[in-house]
Design a protein around this ligand. Structure first.
Ligand code: NI
Length: 135
């Protein structure tokens, strides 16, 4: 069942929203609002540590900093129940990208992402979670 409700907003914001809808090919405002709400609720679920998700953690690091390769391998071996696979890209002489695909509790995925952030030489950690329990 679908319920209707009214939304009020400034005309400038609505113009920007309509441009966004057109750019990304949404059928209408309702469809776009539903997707944005779902995304936001997933973020909240992650923050609260509830639920399970498939996720991807993308890290960028300099492989010449200290013993970073050993630290990254050791850390990933602590999470063998969470990590499905990892791909490694040699970007240039020093920089590497790893794409770590995970499935498990949001709280554990967030903890792994946070630990990756604290490793010296890691310059970027992006976490994307897809909570398949949301309709
Ligand atoms: Ni590399």
């Amino acid at each position: 069942m679908i319920k209707r409700f009214g939304v009020s907003m400034e005309p400038e914001l609505l113009d920007k929203f309509d441009s966004f809808i057109k750019k990304y090919g949404y059928k209408n405002r309702s469809e776009a609002i539903r997707e944005i709400i779902r995304e936001r609720l997933i973020d909240e679920t992650v923050k609260e540590g509830g639920g399970e998700s498939f996720g991807t953690i993308v890290i960028v690091y300099d492989h010449e900093v200290g013993d970073i390769n050993d630290r990254l391998v050791d850390l990933q071996h602590e999470y063998t129940g969470l990590i499905i696979f990892t791909t490694h890209i040699h970007v240039d002489r020093r920089n590497c990208i790893e794409n770590i695909v995970v499935k498990g509790k949001n709280s554990e995925i967030s903890a792994l992402a946070q630990r990756l952030r604290t490793i010296e030489g890691v310059s970027s950690v992006k976490l994307l979670l897809t909570n398949y329990t949301y309709k």
